[in-house]
Design a protein around this ligand. Structure first.
Ligand SMILES: Cc1ncc(COP(=O)(O)O)c(C=O)c1O
Length: 538
């Protein structure tokens, strides 16, 4: 107790105590006979469950917890206060772009006609939803500088999978699927996994001293057996690949394609367009760059944009705009007439109706990658974000994200080792080299950060930095919040010098202290089992 008090007093800044740290299991709160509902007496003939269910009828209770409604509500509400969220404070989890999700996105996505639209609704009655998909596609094509797009993939890794399938299908159409995919050691971990699952051999490219691609080594490694290079840009070091157009030229000269993992587009939107520097196919993470919730907040979306020559291979269905039967536009067309028109339509002139429709008959398509059309709720949120920001707002967002990362870099580089001095984009990667000399590792510092009220940064990734501290503040953070985070990190660096044990044994302010992470990952106890002391259930 005394130790905990000393430790808590020693943290500067904003330790946020949890609402309660002593919440029991819902099973422990149970008392026999309690109910969260009350049914009226049966006023219809009783049925015999055994005759209906046969052997499936269970004769004993399932031993579920028995509680009143308010006890359940309070239990889960209290548990929810143990979660950390972007709505509580900075969430500097590098590589994840944990940015604030503006409430306008949520408002728009909950509009009844959109939220309740069913994928089986006839196309003629779903034109509004399809217009949203069409407009989002156009916006993302404009932002990436590519020619065409599919919104179907449900996550970044799923987008990679779809993109590499496109590349494979195109090579096959040229007579040879080729054998290998090159991947730099600064790539996101999903890249090699994707290439392998698409049947390619992964060949590693070593980064140069700046964290970029060594062009000479690349030229030696690319051959007629190379299907593509998968490049995370900016890389997991937060470094932009300055020579990307030369990389594209080297690949194209050997008939190989350039795949860009565009999940880090938060550093590029509104500044440069991958389609302009030689990228053939790329994915975006809407749930990072375009503010739809990331992580436990909801489903993801990993659209794949590509150049024209890959269009025939896009997954089905593809959204197309068809012209329908010409009709006469009335001079008195009312405001209620919301059917889509060509821009040229004017009262009295013959109008050509257009309709958005899903096209399935595409013989060269890689097929379906997902049920229905993608995670539509994410599309609505992303489009709301894009339209609310507009081109200038998106550009400003990018600049702020890069500025914030560089502010942190500048204010911490005297205390934490910076292995790559190349200019940072949206995130900065330190190493624990100096702290490790005192026996303190990146994981210890991250856990101590919890005591200061922050979600940890990304630990020990990317792998090319030993003991990495990967920090991505995003544009969401104010100068005040950045300063609090910096104060916490500086304070921890001091603690490492003065009282390293304090950091090595953190966290001290949480309900459970340091966990055995291997045990927790490999042998989690996920099931409550009744103990003999518990009263029998009726
Ligand atoms: C650079 C990069 N690529 C790919 C992914 C994979 O995306 P997802 O987790 O949606 O599959 C991520 C995830 O954050 C990422 O940061």
């Amino acid at each position: 107790m005394a130790v905990t008090e000393t430790i808590e007093r020693k943290t500067t800044g904003k330790v946020r105590p949890h609402q309660t740290q002593n919440e029991g299991l819902v099973f422990e709160k149970s008392s026999p006979g309690k109910r969260a509902y009350k049914l009226p007496p049966l006023d219809v003939p009783a049925v015999d469950p055994v005759s209906l269910l046969g052997n499936s009828w269970r004769s004993e209770s399932a031993q579920l917890p028995e509680l009143s409604e308010i006890e359940i509500i309070r239990h889960f509400t209290r548990l929810s206060t143990w979660n950390y969220a972007i709505d509580l404070g900075m969430y500097p989890l590098g590589s994840c772009t944990m940015k604030y999700n503006p409430r306008v996105n949520e408002f728009v996505s909950r509009i009844e006609g959109l939220a309740e639209a069913h994928p089986y609704r006839p196309e003629s009655l779903a034109q509004g939803a399809l217009e949203i998909i069409d407009l989002l596609q156009k916006c993302l094509i404009e932002i990436t500088g590519m020619d065409t797009i599919t919104l179907q993939p449900a996550a970044g890794a799923h987008g990679e999978f779809t993109g590499i399938l496109l590349i494979r299908a195109w090579h096959e159409s040229q007579g040879n699927a080729r054998r290998k995919v090159l991947i730099p050691d600064s790539a996101h971990g999903t890249n090699p996994a994707t290439a392998a699952i698409c049947g390619y051999t992964v060949e590693n490219l070593k980064s140069n001293a700046d964290g970029g691609i060594d062009l000479e080594a690349l030229a030696r490694q690319v051959d007629e057996d190379t299907a593509a290079l998968m490049l995370t840009n900016p890389s997991t070091l937060g470094v932009f690949e300055n020579e990307i157009h030369k990389i594209a030229d080297i690949l194209h000269a050997k008939g190989a394609l350039l795949y860009m993992d565009g999940a880090n587009m938060n550093a590029l939107v509104g500044k440069v367009r991958p389609g302009d520097f030689g990228v053939d196919v790329m994915h975006l993470n809407l749930h990072k760059t375009f503010s739809t919730p990331h992580g436990g907040g909801g489903p993801g979306s990993g659209p794949v944009a590509c150049k024209k020559f890959l269009e025939p291979f896009l997954p089905v269905p593809v959204l197309v705009r068809r012209e329908g039967v010409p009709s006469q536009v009335s001079d008195h067309s009312s405001d209620e007439d919301l059917s889509p028109r060509t821009p040229a339509s004017r009262p009295g002139a013959p109008r050509v109706e257009t309709q958005l429709t899903w096209e399935y008959n595409r013989p060269q398509s890689v097929g379906r990658v997902r049920a229905f059309y993608g995670n539509t709720g994410m599309f609505i949120r992303a489009l709301a974000y894009i339209l609310a920001n507009g081109p200038d707002g998106l550009r400003q967002t990018t600049e702020d994200a890069v500025l914030n990362a560089n502010y942190i870099r500048k204010r911490l580089e005297d205390l934490y080792e910076l292995p790559y001095k190349t200019p940072s984009m949206h995130e900065v990667v330190f190493s624990d080299k100096r702290q490790a000399a005192k026996g303190v590792k990146t994981g210890d510092i991250a856990k101590r950060l919890i005591d200061y009220g922050f979600h940890p940064y990304t630990v020990s990734f990317p792998l090319i930095v030993h003991g990495a501290l990967m920090i991505e503040p995003t544009e969401s953070e104010s100068l005040e919040e950045l300063d609090l985070f910096i104060d916490a990190m500086r304070s921890i660096a001091r603690e490492v010098e003065e009282t390293p044990e304090l950091v090595k044994t953190a966290p001290h302010s949480t309900r459970v202290s340091r966990l055995d992470e291997v045990q927790a990952a490999r042998k989690p106890i996920l099931r409550w089992r009744p103990t003999p002391e518990l009263p029998p259930r009726g």
